[in-house]
Design a protein around this ligand. Structure first.
Ligand code: ADP
Length: 499
């Protein structure tokens, strides 16, 4: 039974800002059901501890230069048997709200220190130096916040294998050189072959350069990030490591996201009781103050309001969209400029466009259930989860052919409709005109009830559960565990001296 330590900066339902939280809150549980022995390590954020239920202190570990020992607290991920360990050091993590940003939406100024400390503790656990008996065979790290873990572990001879998963290459954890020095990292790490990135320190490079294996969250994104267009300056490195990089499609928590038992819905439904979806549409219209019109096509949007998600394309297209007989509901938070622009437009297109700025788990579920279509015009999309939820909820996704969206939505071409494979509308260009044309295609299709229902059912039939992908991760863990027994690691740098 392989022992896997998951190291991540968020996990639903304890703390979540996006898809990373969904994945880390569900993949370990799926692995556990495949008999893996998994533990999850998270920072002890204020809100996460408050949601964790009963906590016990399982270890204390003294770390040089810290005013007090770090405590490791243990709980179970709510609703599961998964053991979660929290790295508790109140000056670093005992803050309310967003894990990475202050109340004004700016990154916490000490983020480098916070995630370096987190990584340090992860490394100690991995090496059996944290007063915890359990030792992993594989340490599975996620995104830049955990990038130092593979880097530090690579400096050790007897160490577990490391996997680093890229959930979004655009977030790299870049800090000035002074931060690198303040963290006391080995001098040998200051090299473009290590953590340096154009004169800055890059946390994510710790994972990309040093992890034994790299994964990302869809096969298509795995290819894309090896190109200059999507590589965020790291495509050369990723091409160099291509033999170690695989794309494994994200799964979804199919108990949490199941219209037949979703507690947030006005009425539960299933492919056999599709007519009950309508109660959710009416509830959604009511909730957003839109006229309760069963026939008017309702388009939903949920997501972080950032350039990546093509929010500017939605804004640019709004006058055209509002010429069509549709309603739009949008839930999101993010860049202040987008939030403000959306508020202004909602006031302009009152009773047609409704916007809720904020983060609201319940509303996200209700939108997936109540909308007829779900719009994701992303510029890039490592995997995307909302289009998977949409399909499960019989809500037709309208997406750009990019990243994981291209891997998971089958376009409603004439042929795909005939063969019953079509599950959504896919468009090519990140342009307002392409978005508008896609919406028009969706509206035309919806006029044909038979075809529309066939598409809804085809989406609802898809299996996006973790079953398949969790098995792929397990296979990967077993492969590197075998590999580690027969080969030694990378070049050796002393963690402390850098020599
Ligand atoms: P990303 O990770 O880039 O944000 P994903 O599509 O992979 O995008 O995952 C987004 C997740 O976050 C989904 O579960 C989505 O429902 C959720 N989400 C995003 N924004 C909000 C919001 N404002 N309120 C509630 N849930 C949100």
């Amino acid at each position: 039974m392989p022992k896997i330590l998951f190291v991540a900066s968020e996990a639903h339902p304890l703390i979540k800002t996006g898809g990373l939280g969904d994945v880390v809150g569900s993949l370990p549980v799926a692995l556990q059901s495949l008999q893996a022995d998994v533990r999850l390590l998270l920072p002890a954020y204020h809100d996460a501890l408050a949601r964790a239920g009963e906590l016990k202190t399982v270890a204390r570990c003294a770390i040089e230069n810290l005013s007090a020992p770090v405590r490791i607290l243990e709980a179970r991920l709510p609703g599961t048997e998964l053991i979660v360990w929290f790295v508790d050091f109140p000056p670093a993590y005992d803050r309310r709200g967003h894990p990475y940003l202050d109340a004004g939406g700016r990154p916490w100024p000490d983020n480098a220190m916070r995630y370096a400390l987190f990584a340090d503790v992860a490394v100690r656990i991995a090496l059996g130096q944290a007063n915890i008996k359990w030792r992993p065979d594989v340490v599975h790290c996620h995104d830049w916040q955990t990038g130092l873990v593979p880097a530090w572990l690579a400096t050790e001879k007897a160490r577990p294998a490391t996997v680093f998963t890229i959930h979004n290459l655009a977030y790299q954890g870049l800090f000035p050189r002074e931060t690198f020095e303040a963290l006391g990292l080995p001098a040998a790490f200051w090299s473009h072959e290590a953590l340096e990135f154009h004169g800055q320190m890059s946390f994510i490079k710790g994972g990309l350069v040093y992890a034994d294996r790299l994964t990302t969250v869809s096969p298509n994104y795995a290819r894309e990030i090896q190109t200059p267009e999507f590589g965020c300056g790291l495509d050369g490195l990723l091409r160099h490591r291509a033999g170690r990089l695989t794309g494994i499609l994200n799964g979804i928590d199919d108990a949490e996201w199941n219209p037949a038992q979703d507690r947030f819905l006005a009425k539960n439904y299933s492919p056999r009781r599709l007519q009950d979806k309508l109660a959710n549409k009416l509830a959604l219209q009511r909730e957003f103050g839109l006229p309760e019109q069963p026939e008017t096509p309702l388009i939903g949007v949920v997501g972080r309001l950032v350039h990546q998600k093509g929010i500017d394309l939605v804004l640019e297209t709004l006058p055209g969209l509002m010429h069509r007989p549709i309603q739009i509901v949008l839930l999101g938070s993010g860049e202040a400029g987008y939030e403000e622009a959306l508020r202004v437009q909602a006031a302009r297109y009152i009773r047609r466009l409704a916007v809720r700025i904020g983060y609201d788990e319940r509303l996200a579920h209700l939108i997936e259930a109540g909308a007829d279509m779900f719009l994701m015009p992303s510029r890039f999309e490592p995997c995307g989860l909302n289009q998977l939820y949409s399909q499960r909820y019989g809500t037709i996704p309208i997406v750009r052919r990019v990243g994981g969206l291209a891997d998971t939505v089958v376009d409603a071409s004439e042929k795909n409709i005939k063969t019953g494979k079509a599950t959504g509308i896919v468009f090519e260009k990140a342009r307002g005109s392409a978005l508008l044309a896609a919406v028009d295609r969706a509206l035309a299709l919806r006029r044909n009830n038979l075809r529309w229902n066939k598409m809804m059912r085809a989406g609802m039939r898809q299996d996006f559960s973790w079953r398949h992908s969790a098995t792929e991760y397990l296979r990967l863990y077993r492969q590197i565990m075998r590999g580690k027994r027969t080969s030694s690691g990378k070049r050796h740098v002393s963690r402390k001296t850098g020599k």
